[in-house]
Structure formats: structure tokens, C-alpha cells
Design a protein around this ligand. Structure first.
Ligand code: ADP
Ligand code: NG1
Ligand code: MG
Length: 473
């Protein structure tokens, strides 16, 4: 059983230098909150960003993933309000405008092709707790919050700034409403809540935000949500670098199109294999479980059943024996209804092969091979993952490919895009003795041509704990 978020965990004395560094951030946020609201916050919550080592675009197919939590985080100072008021401010008020509403009147307004407002990610968390209170038959008035948000996760860079913000909102609204949930339940609720922003994510980001442990990566499985420490080779160092291309996932339909392609591929294979429940099958992982076969067999089946390069909407309607209206309303999201061509084989092959790579990654970590051989095998799996995201899943970006290549030139065992892609970050595996020279090489060869180098563009990861709550006495 995972411990509950403990609101009584105070700002401790005798902190390590690392904690003191954070403590300065906390004090800055605390003081800004005091001057903004003329009273101190009740709590400050800190939620980490994450990097996924392997297992990309498979969480929403119910396959497991291997993320770790980062030092970069979203921190939110907050206090309960009277009359259900919501006052949402950002410390970077030049970039992020404030928002005022109430728990009864707020709304999340999604518009095709337009990035959501930043505070709408916070509102997703409010809505998540509101749904829970309704489900529980709570008829009392929901309490509101005044919040001040600050963040160090580069936004739209695949390190999960959006989920850190949603999870922080869930914690804040849960605490002022005296809702006590386990970390696993908070993660699942936050994953559902973030879907109000329009993206149909699988839950990896919210899971690691709550279930991370310091010093290690986690193997996260879904349905039901479970997590286990991954013992990485002692000498392994994971480096994360920004490609400098960004992508807001809720602005375009690409992320959801991938989710729908996986869903439609699963349904078609299920129907062609004669599964009675084919109409209910939503996930490629669920399909494998229903058929009771290995990942290798799923790969062969995908190749023999999904033979077309791409499928038109009409072809899919004919195969599934549904009308366009049924396809739109029962299977597709609002922002994927106008998609005309779906690449079902390529997406399903990526998913089954990537799920297989996750299993191989874990078995290499658990093996007693010599350290250097382990690093080579893990690096190779990361390279294969990137190649698959590039060619089968088509979610890479020229800047990501160049940065991956640059890391390999710098002696990395392997490198890949991390997070959803189409921009964002790369994660590269190296060893302790090569790590600094890799950073220098990438600074000189990638960033010198692209940007004024700042040391936070590329960094060695130090896995952090999951969400923490500090009480402000
Ligand atoms: P990511 O890969 O970082 O999760 P998304 O596109 O999913 O990228 O979400 C990025 C969005 O999250 C930003 O456009 C912004 O609206 C919101 N966001 C991220 N960080 C902050 C922050 N520090 N303050 C306010 N909003 C933020
Ligand atoms: P980012 O990189 O945060 O947009 C997204 C999804 C994850 C997962 C990865 C790809 C959300 C909130 N996050 O992450 O669930 O599918 O892409 O592996 O939708
Ligand atoms: Mg995101």
C-alpha cells in the first residue's frame, strides 16, 4: 500500500544542501504568496517532471513504461478560499495571466488548433476532485483555492510540465476539501483529470509524479496501477537534453490521432480474429491479453492482418461495419474526426515492439552480465526505440534526430526522444567517466549552432521522490 500524501510533513530543519536549494525556492514562493494575498499559504506542494527511459507511446495501450522523476518541478503555494472562489496566479505573470472564477462557474474551453490557457491545466485538477466528490454523493459546497504557481520544467518539452501542474492542482484541491487518497488513487484520478485538456494520455506522467522514489527509475504497470524500482547498472548516467523544438500536445490532433490509430488497429485485429468482444476492445495490450498470445505473435498477427499502408475512414467503416456517425461518436475524439487516413499497421507494430523492448530492458537490468555489456545492450534498445518512433510512429523531429546523433557521436551507448515527441527532449545513456565530456561535446556541437547555451539545456539526471507537500506554519 502506498502512503498517503502527508500534509503534515513540515519544512524540515537540518536540510542537506540539495534541500536548502529547494527551500530557497519554497521561501521565494511563500513570500510572493504572502505579498500577493496578504496572508501566508496553508501548504506548498512540489510535483516533479519526469524523463521516460524506454516505453514510449505505449502507456495508453496498457503497456508498462520506465520513467524517473526529475529535479525540475512545478510548485504551488495555496490557501482555501471562502465561497468556492478560484484565484489562480503564476509567479511568471508576464507569461501567464491570472484567472478568477468559482468552483460552480469555471469552464475549460477547448478549441481545435489552439493551445489551452495555462490555468486550464489547473482547472483539470479542480474538475477531477469535483467529479470524485459528485461520485461520492457529497452534496456539500466544494471549497475553492487561491494559488500561486511556479515552475522549472521547460514547458512543451516532453518532461511532463502539464501533468506536474495537473497533479499539483489535484493535491491542492483535495487538501482544501479534506479528500484523503492514496498516492496510486491520486495518480489515477490525475490521469483522468488531465484528459479534460483534450489529450487521451495513458497515465505514465501522473503515475511517476506520485510514485517516484529518490535514486531510482520505476517500472510502472497499468490496469491496475503498480510500480517497482528498477536497478540500473551502477555506472549508468542518463543525460537529458532539450532539442529546443517545442510541441504543445493539446494544440494539435497528432497525439490523439496516434491513440485512435492504436484503438482502431486493436478493434480490427480483434474482429478479424473472431473475438466476440471486439466492439469493446480499446487497447492493443488488452487485445493481447484477450488472445492469450506472446508479443512476438502479436507482431506477426499485425503484419498479416493490417496489410494496408494506410486506411481511409471509409475502409475502416466497412471493416468494422459501422456508419461514419458511429465511428465518430463511439470511437474517435472530437479532434480526430476530420482525420482522413490512419496508419494502423505501423503504429501497432511500434507498440508491440516497444513493449517487447521494455521487457528486454528490464531483463538486461536484472541480469548478471558485466556492467559494460549491460550498458551496451540498454543503449542499443534505446537506439531501436528512437528509430521506431522516427519511422513507424512518426513523432520525431529533425532537431531531436540531430541531438540523438550528436549524443551518439559523443560516446553515448544509446539515445532516444523522450515523452510524446514532435520536439522536446532526448535522453542519452552514458557512463560516469564519459558523462562530462558528453555534455561538453553536445554544448559545442549542438547548442553552439542553435542557441545561447544555458547550463539547464542539458543535464545529468538525479532521480527524485514523488510529489511532496509542505505545511506552512
Ligand atoms: P509537456 O511536455 O511539458 O507536458 P504539454 O504541451 O503537455 O507539454 O504542456 C505544456 C503546457 O503546460 C504549457 O503550454 C502551459 O500551458 C502549461 N505549463 C507548463 N509549465 C507551466 C508553468 N510553469 N506555469 C504555467 N503553465 C505551465
Ligand atoms: P508528454 O510528453 O508529457 O506529452 C505524453 C503522455 C503520456 C505518454 C507519452 C508518450 C499525457 C499527459 N502524457 O507525454 O501519457 O503517452 O506522451 O509516451 O498525455
Ligand atoms: Mg504534457
Amino acid at each position: 500500500m502506498n502512503p498517503c500524501i502527508n500534509p503534515l510533513e513540515g519544512l524540515v530543519e537540518n536540510q542537506s544542501p540539495e534541500e536548502k536549494k529547494y527551500s530557497q525556492e519554497v521561501h521565494k514562493l511563500f513570500n510572493c504568496f504572502k505579498s500577493l494575498f496578504s496572508s501566508k499559504p496553508d501548504f506548498i506542494v512540489k510535483v516533479p517532471g519526469r524523463v521516460n527511459l524506454i516505453g514510449e507511446h505505449i502507456d495508453y495501450c496498457r503497456y508498462s513504461v520506465c520513467p524517473m522523476a526529475l529535479e525540475q518541478n512545478i510548485s504551488v503555494a495555496f490557501k482555501q478560499t471562502e465561497n468556492g472562489e478560484l484565484n489562480i496566479y503564476n509567479i511568471d505573470c508576464q507569461k501567464y495571466v491570472d484567472y478568477h472564477s468559482t468552483v460552480d462557474t469555471f469552464s475549460i474551453n477547448l478549441e481545435d488548433g489552439v493551445a489551452p490557457q495555462w490555468y486550464e491545466y489547473f482547472l483539470c485538477g479542480v474538475k477531477g476532485i469535483q467529479d470524485l466528490l459528485k461520485e461520492q454523493g457529497d452534496t456539500g459546497k466544494m471549497r475553492g483555492v487561491s494559488v500561486l504557481v511556479s515552475g522549472t520544467i521547460p514547458p512543451s518539452a516532453g518532461l511532463s510540465s502539464s501533468s506536474a501542474l495537473v497533479c499539483a492542482a489535484v493535491i491542492a484541491v483535495a487538501l482544501v476539501n479534506k479528500v484523503l487518497l492514496s498516492r496510486s488513487d491520486l495518480a489515477s484520478l490525475s490521469a483522468r483529470a488531465e484528459r479534460y485538456i483534450g489529450t487521451q494520455g495513458g497515465g505514465m506522467d501522473q503515475a511517476i509524479a506520485f510514485l517516484a522514489s529518490p535514486g531510482c527509475a520505476k517500472h510502472i504497470e497499468f490496469h491496475p496501477l503498480r510500480s517497482q524500482d528498477i536497478t540500473l547498472p551502477d555506472d549508468a548516467v542518463f543525460v537529458v537534453g532539450q532539442s529546443l523544438a517545442t510541441k504543445n500536445k493539446a494544440q494539435s490532433s497528432e497525439f490523439n490521432t496516434r491513440v485512435m490509430e492504436c484503438r482502431l488497429g486493436a478493434k480490427i485485429i480483434a474482429k478479424k480474429k473472431g473475438l466476440e468482444c471486439w466492439k469493446d476492445v480499446l487497447y492493443l495490450g488488452e487485445l493481447q491479453a484477450q488472445l492469450g498470445v506472446s508479443l512476438e505473435e502479436m507482431i506477426e498477427m499485425t503484419e498479416s492482418i493490417l496489410t494496408e499502408e494506410s486506411y481511409s475512414k471509409q475502409q475502416i467503416e466497412e471493416i468494422l461495419e459501422v456508419t461514419e456517425e458511429e465511428l465518430n461518436s463511439a470511437f474517435l475524439t472530437p479532434n480526430t474526426r476530420s482525420v482522413t487516413l490512419f496508419k494502423l499497421r505501423q503504429r501497432a507494430l511500434h507498440v508491440y515492439e516497444e513493449a517487447h523492448r521494455v521487457a528486454q530492458f528490464l531483463s538486461v537490468c536484472a541480469s548478471d552480465s558485466p556492467a559494460d555489456s549491460k550498458l551496451r545492450q540498454l543503449g542499443n534498445l534505446m537506439n531501436l526505440s528512437h528509430a521506431s518512433l522516427q519511422s513507424l510512429y512518426e513523432c520525431s523531429h529533425e532537431a531531436l534526430d540531430n541531438l540523438v546523433e550528436c549524443c551518439i557521436q559523443a560516446g553515448s551507448y544509446g539515445a532516444r526522444l523522450t515523452g510524446a515527441g514532435w520536439g522536446g527532449c532526448v535522453v542519452a545513456l552514458t557512463n560516469k567517466s564519459n558523462a562530462d565530456s558528453l555534455l561538453k561535446h553536445v554544448e559545442e556541437h549542438f547548442y553552439s549552432a542553435n542557441a545561447n547555451f544555458k547550463s539547464d539545456l542539458i543535464f545529468k539526471t538525479k532521480p527524485q521522490p514523488g510529489a511532496q507537500v509542505f505545511r506552512c506554519d
